[in-house]
Design a protein around this ligand. Structure first.
Ligand code: ATP
Length: 245
């Protein structure tokens, strides 16, 4: 049997040597899956993504226990650039696009590690097919795009390296409901094209709609997990995250 695409086992993360952000967190993403991680502010969702994408260090964070494996390989000691080359790419919270570069230049920057010009052009065409609005605005500076379009650009930039696993940090944050639905549909489409997705969401409705499986994080621990359908049906998740009384 082939190993899971991503396997996190008993992960502990600490900031500044003292602040515990994650304790004993385990989760699995199988090839082809969308897995959602739900939880309120400060639950540890972003810390989990940073641990997976090996980007904790600039924030003062350290993995103090447990393992992260990608396609069976332990990522301990690997840096962020290395995991990107392996096909694991994070779209950070808050978009962080290059505001002064055009849409096309942002995408080119995303694909700079793709050496083959034809592969790069194909990846860009795929991004433009997924996000036609980006094609329309290809010559406009990123900073002039709406919030939803900036989210699309950030996702498009990550897709330029044709990742095996896309890590999305709260893509619906600050977006109007219609755009949240649209982003959800795009996540489904990206997944259909063969990319597995680990989706961090405070918006549990959206997260459970697009995910196959989901985990609930509370103060750094996994408190519930299962198929998205099973979680959506659970009383606790309904009360705490879906606003059902
Ligand atoms: P949000 O939705 O607000 O981003 P989150 O679920 O992503 O929340 P994290 O950002 O991972 O949660 O935070 C988990 C815990 O780690 C919180 O207690 C937070 O204060 C702490 N934390 C996060 N980043 C840092 C940092 N750079 N330095 C110190 N503590 C941090």
């Amino acid at each position: 049997m082939s190993p899971p695409l991503l396997s996190v086992e008993h992960l502990d993360v600490v900031y500044d040597g003292t602040i515990t952000a994650l304790s004993d967190v385990s989760l699995v993403v199988e090839p082809g899956q969308v897995v959602a991680v739900l939880g309120s502010n400060g639950a540890g969702k972003t810390s989990l993504l940073r641990a997976v994408s090996r980007s904790l260090q600039p924030y003062g964070g350290t993995v103090t226990g447990g393992t992260v494996r990608f396609a069976g390989e332990d990522l301990a000691g690997r840096d962020a650039a290395d995991v990107v080359r392996r096909g694991l790419v994070q779209v950070p919270e808050g978009r962080r696009i290059f505001r002064d570069l055009t849409v096309a230049e942002n995408l080119r920057a995303g694909g700079y590690t793709v050496k083959d010009a034809r592969a790069r052009a194909e990846a860009r065409d795929r991004v433009f097919d997924l996000f036609p609005i980006l094609a329309e605005r290809r010559d406009q500076p990123g900073g002039l795009l709406s919030g939803g379009q900036q989210q699309m650009l950030a996702m498009g930039r990550a897709l330029m390296v044709s990742p095996q696993l896309l890590l999305l940090d709260e893509p619906s944050l600050g977006l109007a409901p219609l755009l949240v639905d649209q982003i959800g549909e795009i996540v489904t489409e990206i997944n259909k094209q063969g990319t597995a997705v680990l989706l961090i969401e405070q918006n549990a409705v959206m997260g459970l709609r697009v995910a196959d499986a989901a985990y609930v994080l509370e103060t750094g621990r996994v408190t519930a997990s299962g198929t998205a359908d099973a979680l959506a049906a659970s009383d606790e998740v309904q009360e705490r995250y879906l606003g059902v009384a």
